[in-house]
Design a binder for this molecule. Structure first.
Ligand SMILES: Cc1cc2nc3c(=O)[nH]c(=O)nc-3n(C[C@H](O)[C@H](O)[C@H](O)COP(=O)(O)O)c2cc1C
Length: 214
């Protein structure tokens, strides 16, 4: 069955250069706050983003992770440092992030350098997670081949039993990466595919702003 006919015309809004802030983080915050203020369906995760990484053989990988913090220093997500993405970031710390917010007909693209956050921050976030997630983070060999589902259940059960109710330690192999951006692009869908695209490029003391062809 062909899906050639699947196509939407975008009419929600437009971007006016003179109204864009000098700082792309300010625009990210405005857009993210606008998204969160909308009547979103319960299943929609506004902080979900794609994360693209490079492999050592030059091929690339992409997956979804959750944005857990953003500020002037960058965009933070948490993961297993020994996962495939962790290995890839160790080899090549330049990564890309992608957000798609269909309700606002918007896309945001970020490129930058990922570095591990301070362990105290990882610990702080780890403490805020449910105990079951803390146990999973300890035992799950993320991205490794495992024989079956019960293997993980058994590992969780064993650790929980061993801890006898004591706090679950934040494992060294688990924590945050912060992506410090040097490029942020904002895309607003427009009618007839004449979308608005504005790209911010970081310079030492300012962000260069350019309109790009859609
Ligand atoms: C909605 C959603 C949110 C996710 N959030 C995270 C996350 O915050 N951290 C994480 O490590 N994996 C998250 N995952 C799982 C990843 O997409 C991926 O399967 C996992 O991190 C292993 O990726 P890797 O083998 O490339 O390292 C999420 C998946 C989905 C669909």
């Amino acid at each position: 069955m062909t899906i050639h006919h699947l196509r939407r015309d975008y009419r929600f809004g437009s971007l006016v250069r003179d109204q864009l802030p000098k700082d792309p983080l300010a625009l990210f915050r405005t857009w993210f706050d606008e998204l969160r203020s909308m009547d979103l369906p319960e299943w929609f995760e506004p902080n979900a983003m794609s994360l693209a990484t490079a492999k050592s053989d030059g091929s690339v990988a992409c997956r979804i992770v959750l944005l857990k913090e953003y500020n002037q220093e960058g965009f933070t997500f948490f993961t297993n440092y020994q996962s495939a993405k962790g290995d890839q970031i160790t080899h090549q710390n330049r990564v890309a992030l992608g957000f798609f917010w269909p309700i606002l007909e918007r896309q945001i693209r970020v490129e930058g350098v990922a570095t591990k956050v301070d362990p105290s921050l990882s610990e702080q976030y780890f403490r805020s997670r449910p105990r079951s997630s803390q146990l999973s983070a300890n035992v799950s060999p993320q991205s490794q081949i495992i024989p079956d589902e019960s293997t993980l259940d058994k590992l969780v059960e064993d650790l929980d039993g061993k801890l006898q109710g004591a706090p679950v330690p934040c494992p060294e192999h688990w924590g945050g990466y912060r992506v410090c951006p040097d490029l942020i692009e904002f895309w607003q869908g427009r009618p007839s595919r004449l979308h608005d695209r504005f790209r911010y490029l970081r310079h030492e003391d300012h962000w260069q702003l350019d309109r790009l062809g859609p």
